[in-house]
Design a protein around this ligand. Structure first.
Ligand SMILES: [Zn+2]
Length: 259
């Protein structure tokens, strides 16, 4: 997903598109109180799409339908729970402008459950698909954070140097989310992470939010993953001082690392 977190599950490969363009979204209704409180405190909007969405940009097209209001309500509560795990300084550092809840979210005609537009700082969530993959919001947010750090998803030489000499990212490889982790090469937390540096970082970060202790454990047996972990934690801590070791150690496990 150079630059863009995109949708989990449906077509992993789709998580790599930078999108710019106008969203022809329709009206919206009042979001969940706790989510709107987080949104107000961190200067982003929450929109429940009630009309088709179309975003056309050079090289890709995003489309979506309106969101089922009840489903959107339940997603809002889960979203508030996930976003409350961050210090406000992190959410501000992501410069997220808007979360658009929709359904039938597609990128170039293929279904995705979530995607992030780095240049416009908008995250789309397919309320029909997102619930089963709560960690995706952490993945997508990290793409925005990474972008704000000035790190281009596909080109992060410092990060690439952390890999074993012979390793090469391959954007064209497609790994369904079901790919057993036994096949995950050394230095990676998922097969999808092997597609480009942006996905590598976003997958690792989402893994940390989901199961910090599990990632630490995996890294103890993998020196490449260990140095990536140290680099990622330092980049986050340098930008958001509150996200230090104490912060991570107090995080409850929300998405246990699959073995
Ligand atoms: Zn991504």
């Amino acid at each position: 997903m150079s630059g863009v977190g995109s949708g989990h599950d449906a077509r992993q490969l789709l998580r790599r598109i930078l999108v710019v363009g106008a969203v022809a979204a329709g009206g919206c209704s009042k979001p969940d109180p706790s989510l709107s409180a987080i949104a107000n405190a961190n200067s982003f909007e929450v929109e429940i799409a009630q009309a088709p969405i179309a975003v056309t940009a050079p090289g890709y097209h995003i489309s979506a339908e309106s969101a089922n209001p009840e489903r959107a309500r339940s997603v809002e509560r889960l979203l508030a729970q996930e976003l409350q795990r961050y210090p406000s300084t992190y959410l501000k550092a992501c410069a997220m402008r808007k979360i658009v809840m929709c359904s039938a979210l597609e990128l170039d005609g293929k279904s995705v459950s979530a995607l992030a537009e780095q240049q416009t700082h908008v995250i789309y969530l397919d309320v029909g698909l997102w619930q089963s993959r709560r960690d995706t919001i952490h993945h997508e947010l990290f793409h925005l954070f990474d972008y704000e750090l000035g790190r281009h998803s596909r080109l992060d030489v410092d990060w690439e140097l952390l890999n074993e000499d012979k390793f090469r990212y391959d954007n064209l490889r497609f790994f369904p989310r079901t790919t057993p982790r036994t096949e995950v090469p050394k230095g990676f937390i998922s097969m999808y992470a092997t597609t480009n540096p942006g996905e590598d970082k976003a997958e690792l970060f989402a893994g940390l939010l989901g199961d910090y202790a599990g990632v630490l454990n995996k890294a103890r047996a993998d020196d490449v993953l260990q140095r990536k972990l140290e680099t990622l934690l330092k980049r986050v801590r340098d930008r958001v001082a509150e996200m230090n070791t104490e912060y991570w150690e107090q995080l409850p496990i929300s998405a246990p690392l699959r073995r």
